[in-house]
Design a protein around this ligand. Structure first.
Ligand SMILES: [Zn+2]
Ligand SMILES: [Zn+2]
Length: 457
């Protein structure tokens, strides 16, 4: 097949472009932008991992590549297949409404058995003080290495520690431009903001009280888990997979090759390891913090956590040897944990649907987020209040806010949010256009509109 993504070289790009235009490239495997290739006679689109929020581009133009692909197929009258082991509630609702047909693939690749899943209640199995891996998990790791099998530890957090705290005065190291803590990256001896490009050297003394050698890391990132694993298993060959340690598709392919050739005993990674890799010798997956991602006010937090963790768990035992998955959790009774334990994804999604349906939350209604941002808090407040005063109303239309956006300051801009929620039968675009037309905005104020917001920053 012809390949299309951002790292493909000029020559290959040209070949694929012309191949699609003259019809000689019959199959194209590509990232989002492949949708814009000049296909001569496109007859089928397959969207793999359709539930992935990544299909939505957040910077600049906001569009869902999945939904665009669906529209494209409908306009041209050819079939489209959305593929996922954990379909999005949007797609399931479309099945329910009779718009999509549901095709079920009942068995795993190559007939492998589903991994055996266990939840480690961290209140009963606490890790040693200052560490993050429960003894029950380290025992499993030891046994796995003794059998010459591979293991994976998953933690969806880059860096060493998500928070640096002064033990003398309680000062927290925060980004000067965002409502966010600075993440320590110990390898690079810096503190870094994961929401803007701010970095600063790790200070020797607390910037607030001046106490020296008293800044302490709180919580783990994968660098810290790697440190712990190296200490526990000095002989294990460890490979770290994170977007900032792997440069791009080429480096990722190299890492995947190493794992397949059994040159690695332990993989430690962020969500990059959740991709559909096939690691036949990997039999144990340890989820370091299964609760991560459930916090925050995100409507889809539960759905996204279960999709991600299910996908990570699926890396275990893909060949003849059965796999095991251990989830470290402080909330083992949470519906997400219970669904991962039972494997009953359908029941979980039915429950999600029942919670969203009555309030017309997506996918049973429409939601648009208006993010008002300005250089000063006053300007942001004024603009958001002005929008709030002329908010649309009517049967099936509701406006929530204005309120500070979850990221109240991002890249130095003060942000306020209004949410427009409507019944599914109401077209949102004309309402938004009219609404925004009613308020004359100061030039420094920006209003970003995100329809069906995926992330709630
Ligand atoms: Zn201090
Ligand atoms: Zn920042």
């Amino acid at each position: 097949p012809a390949i299309w993504h951002s790292e493909v070289g000029q020559r290959a790009r040209r070949l694929t472009w012309h191949g699609t235009a003259d019809g000689s490239a019959t199959v194209v495997v590509g990232a989002r932008s492949a949708l814009f290739l000049p296909f001569k006679n496109l007859g089928l689109i397959i969207v793999d991992e359709e539930h992935e929020a990544l299909f939505k581009q957040e910077e600049g133009v906001i569009y869902s590549a999945r939904d665009m692909a669906v529209v494209r197929a409908r306009l041209a009258g050819f079939p489209i297949v959305l593929v996922s082991a954990t379909p999005s509630l949007e797609s399931l609702a479309n099945v329910e409404a009779g718009r999509y047909r549901h095709l079920v693939l009942p068995s795993r690749h190559g007939g492998a058995a589903l991994p055996e899943t266990r939840i480690l209640d961290m209140r009963d199995h606490p890790p040693p003080r200052g560490l993050f891996l429960s003894p029950a998990l380290t025992e499993e790791l030891t046994a796995t290495f003794e059998r010459k099998e591979q293991a994976m530890l998953f933690l969806n957090r880059r860096g060493y520690a998500p928070l640096t705290l002064c033990r003398s005065c309680g000062h927290r190291m925060e980004c000067p431009h965002c409502t966010a803590w600075l993440v320590e990256h110990r390898n690079r001896k810096i503190l870094s903001c994961h929401f803007c490009d701010h970095t600063e050297p790790m200070p020797e003394a607390c910037p607030s009280c001046g106490a020296e050698q008293n800044l302490t890391p709180i919580g783990p990132g994968i660098e810290r888990i790697t440190e712990e694993a190296r200490h526990l298993f000095p002989d294990a060959r460890i490979l770290v997979m994170a977007s900032d340690t792997l440069g791009g598709p080429a480096a990722t392919a190299e890492a995947v090759g190493k794992i397949s050739r059994r040159e690695v005993d332990l993989v430690i990674g962020t969500q990059i390891v959740a991709k559909g890799w096939h690691f036949p010798h990997l039999t144990l997956v340890g989820i370091v913090d299964a609760d991560l991602g459930l916090g925050g006010g995100d409507l889809r937090a539960g759905e996204r956590t279960i999709q991600l963790l299910h996908q990570v768990a699926g890396r275990a035992g893909r060949a003849s040897t059965p796999g095991r998955v251990l989830l470290q959790s402080y909330t083992p009774e949470h519906p997400v944990m219970q669904a991962l334990l039972s494997g009953d994804f359908d029941a979980f999604m039915t429950q999600e649907a029942e919670q969203r349906r009555p309030g017309f939350w997506p996918p049973y209604g429409r939601l648009a987020a208006l993010i008002v941002s300005a250089d000063t808090a006053v300007a942001a407040d004024d603009a958001a209040a002005a929008l709030g005063r002329v908010a649309p109303y009517g049967d099936g239309i509701q406006v929530l806010g204005p309120a500070p956006a979850p990221m109240a300051i991002l890249r130095g801009r003060h942000r306020r949010r209004l949410l427009l929620r409507t019944r599914k039968t109401i077209a949102v675009q004309p309402i938004l256009r009219r609404w925004l037309g009613l308020v004359k905005m100061d030039r420094q104020v920006r209003v970003d509109v995100d329809i069906d917001p995926v992330s709630f920053l």
